[in-house]
Design a protein around this ligand. Structure first.
Ligand code: P1T
Length: 440
């Protein structure tokens, strides 16, 4: 008999998981590898097969083995959803979608007509675009974008209306890596009569570094395209909800099927394979990013480095306080073994920095890196670099971008899991080249 696994979730698709015997939940890495990925009871295959069938035989009308048509559910999607519900601590239900953006669209559509949303102002450009230009036109959605990091309680409370149905948080924000105090926003949301749901887009930290559901959030969203899949070969998204949101989950599952923005079985299989190494990759992303952030900080060619794991980040203390229980263990052990007294710790793989100079220096830097590829997206094993003002956040109006500090010299790095010293050397040579105009 296979060892009993404690799933830590009550997702509908248990896939025959044996949940007796173990008293305490298995650790994050164990769940990543085993939950939702049990050996096939018929063949013994250790790795799930890819089930490409779009439809399923019924033994009599309405009598089937749990699957009817693969838009409504298929074995690979169910298996991935089971894995995700277990990995996102505090989660019980998970729903996968064909992209992070389709996930955003579905949750916003679930709010119905003429709803109001309070959103962090520094939000992924595509999320801003959907709220401000799609949902506003098609469902009368109104969004108040507010600085949830710095605004005082009264200012935030003043944004809530009787029809406020959702608060949208990204933490750290994309791309300026502001940190939001999730429990604080949850308690403000709970204190108003409309008691809006609190959603956290946890894409940047992944379920490894942050557990927003344990901090009181109602829903977590991921662009699985990023760290969860981790290999830049799948576009996909997901929502994860705690056990007490079974009714909301049902509503969202209805929309998942009715709208049909669902991922393919093959993509689900790939994302599940990627998720098995999430804990290993996130530790490496974090230690590499810390090394790169320190190198940037040492350079006179850099105006400002933004990495919440650095002691210089204005919310460094909040970063530590908000670590997931499993990341806290890793960070504490890292600081004891590797700490250099400077007070930093690994905190995901994303760094933003302002290069000294302007658009020209930024462009030269981005054209000169050898290992950091100039490209949108993030969270893959390979390092990427981009210019948010003209790439990922180009859809945000220039005046708004200026207010947020998304200028022409702001460069965003997604630090991969290559060797740290190679990445540091690459950054240092590109900074030098950017400063001295030595670009072919
Ligand atoms: O790309 P997609 O899978 O549709 O996910 C959208 C999305 C949602 N939330 C956050 C925080 C994101 O960063 C993204 C996508 N972001 C990029 C493509 C990017 O380069 O920032």
């Amino acid at each position: 008999m296979s060892p009993a696994l404690f799933n830590g979730s009550t997702n509908n698709h248990s896939n025959g998981i044996n949940v007796f015997a173990k008293q305490t939940p298995d650790g994050f890495g164990t769940r990543a590898i085993h939950v939702g990925s049990e050996a096939d009871p018929q063949t013994g295959a250790v790795i799930p097969s890819i089930s490409l069938s779009t439809t399923y035989k019924q033994d009599g009308v309405g009598h089937h083995k749990g699957f009817e048509y693969s838009r409504s559910g298929n074995p690979n999607r169910n298996a991935l959803e089971t894995t995700l519900a277990s990995l996102e601590s505090g989660g019980a239900h998970a729903l996968a979608f064909s992209s992070g953006s389709a996930t955003t669209a579905t949750i916003l559509q679930s709010l119905g007509p003429n709803a109001h949303v309070v959103s962090v102002n520094d939000v992924y450009g595509g999320t801003f675009r959907y709220m401000a230009r799609v949902a506003s036109e098609n469902q009368g959605l109104e969004t108040t974008f507010v600085d949830l990091e710095n605004a005082d309680d009264e200012t935030i409370l003043a944004t809530f209306r009787p029809n406020t149905k959702l608060v949208w948080i990204e933490s750290p924000t994309n791309p300026t890596l502001r940190l939001i105090d999730i429990p604080r926003i949850v308690s403000l949301a709970r204190s108003v009569p409309s008691s809006p749901l609190v959603l956290v887009d946890n894409t940047f930290l992944s379920p490894y570094y942050s557990s927003p559901l344990l901090q009181g959030a109602d829903v977590v969203l991921h662009s699985l395209t990023k760290y969860v899949n981790g290999h830049s070969d799948v576009v996909m998204g997901a929502l994860i909800l705690p056990a007490h949101h079974a009714a909301l989950t049902e509503k969202l599952r209805f929309l998942q099927n009715a709208i049909g923005a669902v991922p393919s079985a093959y993509d689900c299989w790939l994302a599940q394979r990627g998720a098995k190494t999430l804990h290993l990759r996130m530790k490496a992303h974090g230690t590499n990013a810390l090394a790169v952030a320190r190198a940037l900080q040492r350079s006179p060619l850099v105006e400002e480095v933004i990495y919440p794991g650095l002691a210089s980040h204005p919310r460094h203390e909040l970063a530590y306080r908000s670590l997931s229980p499993h990341a806290r263990k890793f960070v504490d052990a890292y600081v004891v073994q590797e700490g250099d007294g400077a007070g930093g710790f690994p905190y995901g793989g994303m760094i933003s920095f302002r290069i000294r100079g302007g658009a020209e220096e930024a462009d030269r830097f981005l054209r000169t890196t050898r290992l950091f590829t100039l490209a949108e997206s993030l969270g893959g094993v390979e390092s990427l670099a981009e210019l948010p003002a003209q790439m990922t956040h180009g859809s945000i109006p220039p005046a708004e971008r200026a207010l947020l500090g998304i200028g022409d010299n702001l460069i965003r790095l997604s630090v991969g899991v290559e060797e740290a010293e190679d990445l540091v050397a690459d950054i240092e040579q590109a900074l030098q080249a950017a400063a001295t105009s030595q670009v072919a």
